[in-house]
Design a protein around this ligand. Structure first.
Ligand SMILES: [Zn+2]
Length: 304
């Protein structure tokens, strides 16, 4: 199966059972993240799952302009993940240890669960704008992101949810297809419909659909949301995108404070910064660093 040409999010509604449906296709963004961070295959697969989870969490927010931060702490070799995603369709993130690779043979699963380990937590910060911020946290229990995210929705948001985050390797490309599905009960909706979708997802429905190159509508049908009842509300592009810039890098240097800047200049003679989220590198050469120090000195000693 060839890779999809675009990353996108499909939002749907199934009125007969009162269910919200989301399908996210994020293959290109996951590969871009892997390449930016130089991830080995297992780290790349776990980061891909995390990015998919973050983008789905953002998609499920009710607000127009809102963001989520998904943080996963764990005792496994991955060390943890941090994902930032917004309702504008942007997502970015990093994994603490990008070098995890469990070789279980060609074509074998990349075992992202083993990279998580046995203990840890999933923490979600929802920033709905205007200072409206909510935090929720659950302990890792299944140590499988899809299952633990379902528990997060159940315990922190009290919403019946089915989640599947899928990384389907292909010949020569460990991130052959990266996609996720989130099914949620609307207020007054049918719990059994979500439970049924969950069972089908656990049985491999998403992976089979992806292998067959199915559209979101066909995937929803596989999960029991069939016929005229499915209403597609939106089909929008999503992408791995970072908000870092040279300006922000310079501001970060200024934020170090005068003392730190002076010792940086004395010891290193220049400043080199790398963005944690996308790996972009920013270089502030000696003369410019000196200029920043002068400007900061003038600001701090107006009488001089
Ligand atoms: Zn960046």
């Amino acid at each position: 199966m060839s890779a999809p040409l675009r990353d996108h999010l499909v939002r749907g509604l199934f009125a007969p059972t009162g269910s919200r449906l989301f399908a996210l296709f994020a293959t290109l963004g996951a590969r871009q993240a892997r390449d930016s961070h130089g991830c080995a295959p297992t780290s790349a697969a776990l980061l891909a799952q995390g990015l998919t989870a973050g983008a789905l969490l953002a998609a499920a927010l009710e607000k127009k302009l809102a963001r989520i931060n998904l943080q996963i702490g764990c005792d496994g070799p991955a060390g943890g993940l941090f994902i930032d995603a917004g309702t504008d369709g942007s997502f970015r993130g990093y994994i603490k240890n990008p070098q995890v690779y469990f070789t279980s043979g060609p074509g074998e699963p990349l075992a992202p669960e083993r990279a998580l380990g046995r203990k840890g937590y999933v923490s979600v910060l929802r920033d709905l704008g205007g200072g409206e911020i909510y935090r929720g946290m659950v302990e890792l229990e299944a140590c499988e992101l899809s299952r633990d995210l379902e528990r997060y929705f159940q315990s922190s948001e009290q919403v019946e949810t089915a989640v599947q985050l899928s990384v389907l390797p292909e010949e020569g490309e460990p991130l052959g297809q990266v996609a996720g599905v989130l099914i949620q009960r609307l207020p007054g909706g049918d719990e059994a419909a979500v439970a049924r979708a969950r069972e089908l997802l656990r049985g491999g429905a998403l992976e089979r659909g992806l292998a067959a190159g199915e559209t979101a509508t066909a995937l929803f049908e596989r999960l029991g949301f069939e016929g005229d009842g499915v209403e597609i509300l939106a089909d929008v592009p999503v992408e791995f995108r970072c908000s870092c810039s040279r300006d922000r890098a310079v501001r970060a240097i200024l934020a170090m404070g005068l003392e730190e800047m002076r010792s940086l200049f004395a010891e290193v003679g220049e400043a080199k910064l790398a963005c944690q989220f996308c790996g972009a590198k920013y270089h502030v050469a000696g003369p410019e660093l000196l200029e920043l120090i002068r400007a900061a000195t003038d600001d701090s000693d107006p009488g001089d």
